[in-house]
Design a protein around this ligand. Structure first.
Ligand SMILES: [Ca+2]
Length: 222
């Protein structure tokens, strides 16, 4: 089956995703096997699948779990789980947790994993998993977010004390110096604008931290 070429915006998003994860890898170079949790809205644009594939291919990262966010989170969880299953080995034991379902959105890739099931698909809610993990291993696990911040906002709202137990958040989010198009000004960036209330909770939690949440935006770097 022929693969349709990526739209320019999807290409940019894919490159951004690779950049974000690569930054995390470089930062972790002196400390191999950084434990990470990936929070993703995999399934709409292709960039999140690329990002998960890159995490899988990065021996510097020790993927603890995947949480899904936005729209049909169960379908997104099946996609992530099937990709991890295809990777084989220890990745078949990486747990995947769906977040609260949100407003229905097109998930073009969902058909690939429509009937997929595996023991790594967990029934525990994503926010409960995140709260349990960060409380069990304070200061140890880096959080990578490449979707709207709904799960993270809910986590910090339910348990504000968990913020100091997350050493770093590497986030795809924010438009600081320019927007999506050449010459455009700062634009409400999708992952931030998709859940402004949650983004605000995360930003407030990060304020004043010694190691604040990292926000890496391609628009700020062009
Ligand atoms: Ca995404």
């Amino acid at each position: 089956m022929p693969v349709a070429p990526l739209k320019p915006q999807m290409k940019r998003a894919a490159l951004l995703s690779l950049f974000v994860i690569a930054f995390c890898v470089l930062d972790a170079y002196s400390s191999p096997r950084i434990p990470v949790i990936l929070d993703t809205d995999i399934g709409t644009d292709i960039d999140d699948a690329y990002a998960l594939a890159l995490v899988i291919a990065s021996p510097e990262l020790d993927l603890q779990g995947v949480t899904t966010v936005s729209g049909d989170t169960q379908a997104r969880a099946r996609l992530a789980a099937k990709l991890l299953w295809a990777a084989g080995g220890a990745f078949r034991r990486v747990p995947v947790y769906a977040g609260e379902p949100g407003k229905p959105l097109p998930i073009e890739q969902a058909r690939w994993a429509e009937h997929f099931t595996s023991p790594q698909l967990k029934s525990e809610k994503a926010v409960d998993y995140l709260r349990r993990e960060f409380n069990a291993r304070p200061g140890k696990i880096t959080l990578i977010t490449i979707g709207p911040l709904t799960n993270i906002g809910a986590l910090l709202k339910q348990d504000p004390g968990v913020a100091k137990k997350i050493p770093r958040i590497v986030m795809m989010g924010g438009s600081i110096a320019r927007g999506y198009e050449p010459g455009s000004g700062p634009t409400p960036e999708y992952n931030i604008a998709a859940d402004v209330a949650a983004s605000r909770v995360v930003a407030i939690a990060a304020r004043g931290r010694k190691s604040p949440a990292g926000v890496y935006s391609p628009h700020a770097r062009h």
